[in-house]
Design a protein around this ligand. Sequence first.
Ligand code: ASP
Ligand code: MG
Length: 423
Amino acid sequence: MPLVVQKYGGSSVHDAAAIKRVAARIVATKKAGNDVVVAVSAMGDTTDELIDLANAVTSAPHPREMDILLTAGERISMAILAMAIRELGVGAQSFTGPQAGVITTAHHGSARIIDVAPSRVQKAVADGDVAIVAGFQGVNVDNQDVTTLGRGGSDTTAVALAAALGADVCEIYTDVDGVFSADPRIVPAARKLDRVSYEEMLDFAASGAKVLMPRCVEYARRYNVPIHVRSSFSYLEGTWVVADQEEGDTMEEPIIAGVASDRSEAKITVIGVPDVPGSAARLFEAVANSGANIDMIVQNVSATATGVTDISFTLPTGSVDAAHLAIEEDRDAIGYEKLVVDDTIGKISLIGAGMKSSSGVSAKFFAALRDSGINIEMISTSDIRISVVTRSEALDDAVRAVHTAFGLDSSDGEAVVYGGTGR
Ligand code: ASP
Ligand code: MG
């Protein structure tokens, strides 16, 4: 029998009626002749509400207790979903992450999956039941404490289960019809992509598209798990995330897959850094020790007269305070003059595997920005992506201009956004 792993996000299970709808869909999949394993997220905004609750009693929630608290969200939805499936006459058993054998590193709040030993899940499936697994959680390999995988981590749970169980497909159900050429909330004419490679999807995810978490895509690529991203509100075919086409494949690939945008980063500029070997190392060691994950870096040429330069970099807004403090603490050793934080930036990224082998892509991209009067503050590229930092308020215009310039606007009507937050 084919084995299907399905993941339902928070907006697909936000209340009892939604859970009943999801249960019916799972039962239909089962009755169509598949074995079904489900990973489920917490209902609606439960995770955010639990975080607020913790913050209401302490300014520094203990990481171990925070993880136990947050995993409760997924445990509620898994049990309710199992009950709703049973109500439809099909057997169902729910399992917490630890019960499902999701073994992780020790990092509370951002643990990584080391291994999945899903014997209880396999047993449930062999018994003819649907297995429901609480997403976003696992167990610390060293001390059996409960861990969480980071926001949006249920996607990773689903892909890891699919890999460990040798599933035929991992279906990720969300509140949009698939992966779009741009955020449909910004570009109503965005088109649904039928197929995107793991590499392109990784760049989409890392560039601000919230439809899949980057770590889940990395995992899928490593274990070659085909992902089908689709809506739980329709039966339309969604987007397949799969390995890149074989060399020699005759099908013409589009050069550009789409445009991603991100407002979640800030920019720190360190002014007057001595232009001598070791300055950047010292600066970024301080930043790394603060736990911040940096994205783009730009260093200006130094004026020969002064022998100093400016270094700018971007990082998640939530990491700015810690990074700022760490740099200030190391001020004497780095020897800079001034530090400026700017949290009103936006990042636009153009993504497409085909840009590897075609010329003129950057020229067209920059021309589209120029024609809309958008100023470029930073640029970074990879072989399949060009990213630019702009003012936050110019970002939506930039996305629409670039989307149109590359001929990505769809002619068959507006993309449907069924609700929620894009998750
Ligand atoms: N409930 C968790 C979150 O909101 C995990 C997930 O939804 O995937 O981040
Ligand atoms: Mg969620």
